[in-house]
Design a protein around this ligand. Structure first.
Ligand code: ADP
Ligand code: ZN
Ligand code: ZN
Length: 767
């Protein structure tokens, strides 16, 4: 008799840990780690996932009293290493085990089960995610010398189309009306054959010139050093981490390609994560051009069927390189030899719903579990990763930083200038474009080159700012920038909760607290305004392409716009954050940042880091080809270290004061931070629950060094969809069991009806 420990997936109950079942002999061969099973649980049936199997009966229950697995519902989606990682995620991120396990399941697998009649077997509901088949038509040996009768023009067309190779029947029918009748007739005579082949959905094609990766003649010194460090990490087989700290355009992707190639030679596979937004045809194309059909691609813009097919290719062992967004980390690769996270500083690697995991942390855990190497790449590494490399280790693994400070082939980093917008305003300019940026755009139009303009939309309109001196009113008690609430005409501090009445410009009562100017108004520029001013500024033959949430909503729109920009002779690409990353267009000679500082004053300790990252990344879009690039950054805070660091291409200008501040206030990377969010319709119940949670946490960590509980306080987004939102923050030492402590406290809190609580460990979104 064998036994299985099963993680139950019961939506109404957050169950901790696993439950033990006996495996009936009849299905013994089917029950392995990773399968989905149906089991009895408290007088009904439940779906669960097998986390482990054993020959030994569990110690605490008599084997005769053990219930039995009823049925296997879905084949194995993961193995023992993944099961261990899922358990770790559940503990580390304070979530139900089933939530963590679901990350590893086949796309489209729903936990609901149905059956046709009371004695029929149960079936798992899958949403359009079964394998799809297609009918393929090809020429048969009988086609040799076959000549259709005169008036059979359809047959003639079909044969001609097939002379270039087999085609799908659907494809033939789309181009030749009546093709299927002709195919039937031809099949009867043995001229063509029709067969059913498995159709693989989700392969994309592109015309982008930069979407292939010709192998460079030789690697740069920096690239060689990076590849050597990765080799060593792989051979130590202990989950070592290599941080490839390379300036934009230094050839990090080439390092990944080389390291993957070596991993494949050793008989293992590689997982490659890139931020969702830069998972364009451009990036994918570079991997496909090197590894061909050995690549599966996974991201959220694929349909469920497409994602299933790509996932299933990996499970069958048909491909060994997986390129994808955050969730690709959980692809069923059998033998992981290398994990790569590109742009590792990106906050999109943190999932904002349960399980609230960070891909970097999970990957580090996975690398230890598999005994493989983890490669992190960025031009602006996170302060967490930089800190771990400085210390040299983190959670028992080695962390090494390799610097790549030059672009190959003599391309140089662009020249950066900073424009002080307050002085532009005092000089009488009311345009969104400063004089230097206007001149530079004119130059691009004249020389028939290309420009990229970044319009920052994040953090937008949250503040009042003086247009004459750049001052943003701050809380005198917390040095937090005050957030402007238009509805109540109040400035609010989200750290301490104090508020002040104020009306924005053009109300005659407004005055800047710093210089007395009347121009104290909400800060923000719309895309429309930028487009209008651009069209007045530029000659008609310069194409203006806008890329933001509105213009990229349709499937494939993102890629189409980039292809349009690529094909244009002379063009300006105006866009939000999404244009800052990964674009590699050698003809771009100018990058303009219209408003560099909208995020700088957000009440979030990472605000300056995010601003610096964004500016350095977008600046890297200029001068990637033969011609030198220029970057113009418009800001109201020209002296801020983030601006000065970008100006000098020197990270330490930003890093030194930033790290000092973080250390002083005990923020990451010197501590861990959790955010407990409470929300619901009943404001009083939300208030009670958040207060109780804060009290429970305070009691739990009282007297422990390095622990601190902040709040409860209103969130910056104090009301969303008629729900009141409050939060409690917890700081803890780096080696603390933060997930364990927070979930234990949360378990003891009565919440009442309609009150929700989210436990966000190592939180990124504090709004
Ligand atoms: P990053 O990912 O660091 O921004 P990329 O990998 O996109 O940089 O490389 C920038 C450009 O340099 C690409 O066009 C790439 O083909 C080219 N490149 C990379 N490595 C080399 C090399 N060793 N020699 C010549 N060109 C290279
Ligand atoms: Zn002022
Ligand atoms: Zn305050």
């Amino acid at each position: 008799m064998r036994f299985a420990s099963v993680a139950l997936d019961i939506s109404t109950r957050a169950l901790e840990g696993t439950f033990d079942y006996a495996i009936p002999e009849a299905i013994e061969g089917q029950v392995t780690v990773g399968v989905t099973v149906l089991v009895p649980f408290s007088h009904r049936s439940a779906v669960g996932y097998v986390m482990a199997t054993s020959d030994e009966p569990p110690k605490d229950v008599a084997p005769s009293r053990l219930l039995a697995v009823v049925q296997v519902l879905a084949p194995a989606a993961f193995g023992p290493h993944s099961a261990a990682v899922a358990r770790w995620i559940a503990h580390e991120y304070a979530c139900p085990l089933a939530d963590a396990v679901r990350l590893f399941l086949a796309p489209g697998q729903k936990v609901r089960v149905t059956r046709e009649s009371s004695d029929a077997p149960w079936e798992l509901v899958a949403e359009k995610a079964a394998p799809a088949d297609a009918r393929w038509v090809s020429l048969a040996p009988g086609a040799q010398g076959f000549e259709p009768i005169r008036n059979a023009s359809r047959q003639r067309e079909v044969l001609e189309a097939l002379s270039a190779g087999a085609m799908r029947l659907a494809e033939l029918s789309a181009t030749i009306p009546g093709a299927s009748t002709a195919v039937n007739a031809l099949a009867k005579r043995g001229v063509v054959t029709v067969e059913t082949r498995r159709q693989i959905r989700g392969g994309e094609k592109t015309t982008l010139s930069s979407a292939h990766a010709p192998r460079p003649e030789r690697l740069t010194q920096g690239q060689l050093a990076a590849v050597a460090a990765i080799d060593e990490a792989r051979s130590r087989a202990a989950g070592d981490v290599v941080l490839v700290d390379g300036v934009t355009g230094s050839g990090k992707t080439e390092v990944y390609l080389e390291a993957i190639e070596r991993t494949l030679v050793s008989g293992k596979g590689a997982l490659v994560l890139v931020p969702e937004i830069s998972l364009t045809a451009q990036t994918v194309g570079r991997f496909r051009s090197r590894f061909g059909d050995d690549v599966a691609v996974l991201h959220s813009r694929l349909s469920t069927g497409e994602r299933f097919d790509q996932w299933d290719l990996v499970r069958q062992g048909a491909v060994h390189v997986v390129v994808g967004a955050r969730s690709a980390l959980f692809a069923p690769l059998a033998n992981v030899g290398l994990i790569i996270i590109d742009e590792e500083h990106e906050s999109s690697y943190k999932q904002d719903s349960s399980p609230r995991y960070h891909a970097r942390e999970v990957a580090a855990r996975m690398a230890q579990e598999w005994g493989c190497a983890l490669v992190l790449g960025s031009a602006t590494p996170s302060l967490e990763s930089l800190r771990r490399c400085e210390v040299g280790s983190w959670r028992g693994a080695r962390w090494t930083r390799v610097e790549m400070s030059e672009r190959p082939g003599g391309a140089v980093l662009p020249k950066v200038s900073i424009v002080d917008m307050a002085s532009q305003f005092r000089g009488g300019s009311r345009s969104v474009f400063s004089e230097p940026l206007r001149r530079a755009l004119g130059g691009v139009a004249e020389r028939r080159e290309k420009a990229v303009l970044l319009l920052n939309r994040r953090g937008f309109a949250n503040f009042l700012m003086c247009r004459e001196c750049g001052c943003v009113p701050e809380c005198p008690h917390c040095s937090t920038a005050l957030t402007y609430h238009e509805r109540t005409h109040a400035l609010v501090c989200h750290t301490c909760g104090r508020s002040w009445p104020v009306r924005a410009y053009p109300d005659p009562s407004t005055r800047c607290p710093n210089c007395g100017s009347r121009y104290l108004g909400a800060y923000g520029v719309g895309t429309q305004r930028v487009e209008d001013e651009l069209s007045m500024l530029l000659p008609k033959d310069v194409e203006v392409i806008r890329m933001d949430a509105d213009t990229t909503r349709a499937k494939g729109a993102h890629q189409r716009l980039l292809e349009q920009f690529d094909a244009a002779e002379c063009a300006v690409l105006v866009g939000t954050q999404m244009i800052a990353k990964g674009l590699d267009f050698p003809e771009v000679t100018l990058v303009g940042v219209i408003n560099a500082d909208t995020m700088l004053k957000l009440p979030d300790f990472r605000a300056a880091e995010r601003t610096y990252d964004l500016l350095e990344q977008v600046a890297g879009r200029a001068g990637r080809g033969g011609r030198p690039g220029e970057v113009i950054v418009q800001t109201y805070w020209a002296t801020h270290p983030a601006m000065q660091a970008v100006l000098a291409h020197r990270r330490d200008v930003f890093l030194a004061p930033e790290l000092a501040e973080r250390k002083e206030a005990s923020y990451p990377p010197f501590s861990r931070l959790a955010n407990v969010l409470v929300w619901g319709k009943n404001a009083r119940a939300v208030g009670d629950a958040s207060a109780n949670m804060a009290a429970a946490l305070r009691e739990k960590v009282a007297g422990l060094p390095g622990w601190e509980v902040l709040g409860p306080a209103d969130c910056v987004k104090a009301r969303v969809k008629d729900r009141t939102r409050r939060h409690v923050m917890v700081k803890a030492p780096l080696d603390a069991d933060l997930g364990g402590v927070v979930s234990e406290c949360a378990a003891g809190i009565g919440r009442g009806m309609g009150i929700n609580m989210a436990l966000d460990i190592d939180a990124y979104d504090l709004m």
